[in-house]
Write a protein that binds this ligand. Structure first.
Ligand code: MTE
Ligand code: MO
Length: 330
């Protein structure tokens, strides 16, 4: 029998997780060095590596490299490969593998975002200007899709409320609407006559949900810029709601007095409500929501776990819905 004690990792073993975990070690060491007044130069050397498309611009890579590390969950992170190859992004097709295979047509840089509606200071901004002065942080969140699968993902982003405040919402701002890019060249499925979604993909939140500190805009995943298939360059992440609320590749944020129309509640209002809070007690009309399949899983390891109210964030967010009948407002 041959026993290999030490071996150098092969290229395929240097995974994005390995790089990510290494960086977390650096960051932890850096925090200690920082407290002693030293700054490790290794911080400022973000990897140029981006397996899923051209590298993000240096200003963004640098900002992401300096994100404040987040608190780990007790659950294991979903491997990078699953996080970036099992996606829903219908602008690129309906199979889970379509976004990774086809989203290379999306051009996330340069990018502009319009802030409109009930704000004192509306406007259209370059992503870089929008992020100027914003401190990025890592947030490790569960993502629960309405289709009853889930992941644990390390996002890099910032609270949406920090952005909204800068544009001074008026007293009439009761809701926030979000719109994804509409561009048939960059998002080929938008050409299809068979599509059930009325483009652009749109979502919305009540203002108290949008300004809750757990609600973030993400620009990164696993310590690097968002891959196109995960919603580059800017997407919403609302961890206590079904994944379809976490809209990708945002080009417009509109503060509104009335509740906005949203893509899924227009397609099938009896199946997908405006609120879409994760709720094991309110089943989808065609399947149970009591359990979920935590990726990665296999035939031998189905990895089925119980779904928890508000996806485990009830302590933080349940008060937003006090007195509401959640079977009616699902
Ligand atoms: N624009 C847009 N955003 C979207 C979707 C989409 O099809 N288009 N799918 C949603 C759904 S159903 C889920 S579960 C999550 C998946 O995010 P992920 O692929 O990064 O895991 O994105 C959401 N955001
Ligand atoms: Mo989803």
């Amino acid at each position: 029998m041959r026993i290999t004690r030490f071996k150098t990792p092969t290229a395929s073993e240097i995974t994005p997780e390995a790089i990510y975990l290494k960086r977390r070690e650096f960051m932890a060491a850096g925090a200690t060095l920082g407290a002693m007044g030293l700054s490790p130069s290794s911080w400022a050397a973000p990897s140029q590596l981006n397996a899923d498309g051209p590298a993000a611009p240096p200003w963004l890579q640098n900002k992401i490299a300096h994100a404040k590390p987040g608190k780990a969950l007790s659950e294991a992170l979903t491997p990078y490969k699953d996080a970036t190859h099992y996606n829903n992004f219908y602008e690129f097709g309906y199979d889970k593998s379509d976004p990774a295979a086809k989203a290379n047509t999306l051009k996330p840089h340069p990018w502009q975002v319009e802030i409109a509606g009930e704000v004192a200071k509306p406007g259209k901004f370059n992503l870089e200007d929008l992020l100027a002065g914003v401190d990025l942080e890592e947030r490790i969140y569960r993502l629960r899709c309405v289709e009853a699968w889930s992941m644990v993902l390390p996002w890099v982003g910032f609270p949406l409320v920090d952005l909204l405040k800068r544009f001074e919402p008026t007293s009439k701002a009761k809701y926030v609407a979000f719109t994804t890019l509409e561009d048939k060249q960059q998002m080929p499925e938008q050409k299809s006559a068979l599509s059930t979604i009325r483009w652009p993909y749109s979502e919305g939140l009540r203002i108290d949900e949008a300004t809750h500190p757990l609600c973030i805009l993400a620009v990164g995943l696993y310590g690097r810029a968002l891959p196109n298939q995960n919603g580059a360059p800017l997407r919403l992440v609302v961890p206590w709601k079904y994944g379809f609320k976490s809209i990708k590749s945002i080009v417009k944020i509109t503060l509104m007095e009335q509740q906005p129309k949203t893509s899924w509640s227009q397609i099938a209002p009896k199946e997908y409500g405006f609120f879409a809070n994760v709720n094991p007690k309110v089943d989808h009309p065609r399947w149970s929501q009591a359990k979920e399949r935590r990726l990665p899983n296999s035939l031998l390891n189905p990895n089925i776990v119980a779904t928890t109210p508000f996806n485990g964030y009830g302590e933080e967010v349940a008060s937003l819905y006090a007195g509401m009948d959640l079977t009616r407002y699902f």
